[in-house]
Ligand binder design. Structure first.
Ligand code: C5P
Length: 225
């Protein structure tokens, strides 16, 4: 039997980048390592939750003791998230590509000898956080998003919380001078319905543990399963 404040609870976590194919051998990606999402999944597990970890191709291995669902694209990530619901809480730490290649080739693209370069066309990807936040029946009791900002962190993240319809936004300043992107530390501001709370700078593992504890506090009050 699992003990801990999240025993008997199901928490969904998305993590990592997505890869959007250009053709069978090429893709568009981003530099997300999956470190913060992975730390969060481990911290939620340590509090007793049953964790479903939907991850794109990350550069850090997924944690032990969680249900890992590996995906490549944003569309696959949305499908995996919908498949994994219901959940008591859902945390969206993935760096989902905003666009996919609309004219991806079924075969490897070839140079045609004319010197002309191909033109990629893009289509907007589904917003997974917004989709789940705005679900009617079956919405997790607590939906948490992340926001990486480089300026006006609180103002932009507060607007993002309203636009997406999630309960909390974990905002961080990723301007190069902070050294946060790609580093082991993070300085976050937690935006909730009641305001903005700036946490001191600490390791990403400690941010994960503190956030997991806050999630446990929130959903034990909500009392949902
Ligand atoms: O709009 P922006 O990408 O800054 O929002 C970031 C938040 O939204 C993160 O929690 C991210 O996981 C989520 N997101 C998503 N699906 C997208 C884009 C972002 O779930 N297509």
């Amino acid at each position: 039997l699992v003990a801990g404040p999240l025993a008997g609870r199901h928490v969904l976590v998305t993590s990592g980048p997505t890869h959007e194919p250009i053709d069978p051998v090429r893709y568009i990606a981003n530099r997300s390592s999956g470190a913060q999402g992975t730390a969060l999944a481990a911290a939620l597990r340590d509090l007793g939750a049953r964790v479903t970890f939907v991850t794109g191709p990350a550069s850090v291995p997924p944690p032990d003791g969680v249900q890992v669902v590996q995906v490549e694209t944003a569309q696959q990530m949305l499908a995996a998230v919908q498949q994994a619901l219901p959940a008591d809480a859902a945390v969206f730490a993935a760096a989902v590509a905003d666009w996919r290649v609309a004219n991806a080739g079924a075969q490897k693209m070839k140079k045609d000898g004319t010197g002309r370069a191909p033109a990629l066309e893009f289509a907007e990807n589904p917003d997974i956080l917004a989709t789940v936040s705005q679900m009617g029946a079956g919405r997790p009791a607590l939906v948490v998003g992340f926001a990486a900002e480089t300026e006006q962190v609180v103002a932009h993240a507060t607007a993002k919380r309203a636009r997406k319809g999630c309960d909390w936004i974990v905002a961080n300043d990723v301007s190069p001078a902070t050294g946060i992107m790609g580093g082991s530390e993070n300085a976050v501001t937690l935006i909730t319905a009641t305001g903005a709370e700036s946490w001191p700078r600490m390791t990403k593992d400690q941010v994960a543990r503190d956030l997991a504890q806050r999630i446990a506090d929130a959903i034990s009050v909500a009392g949902s399963r």
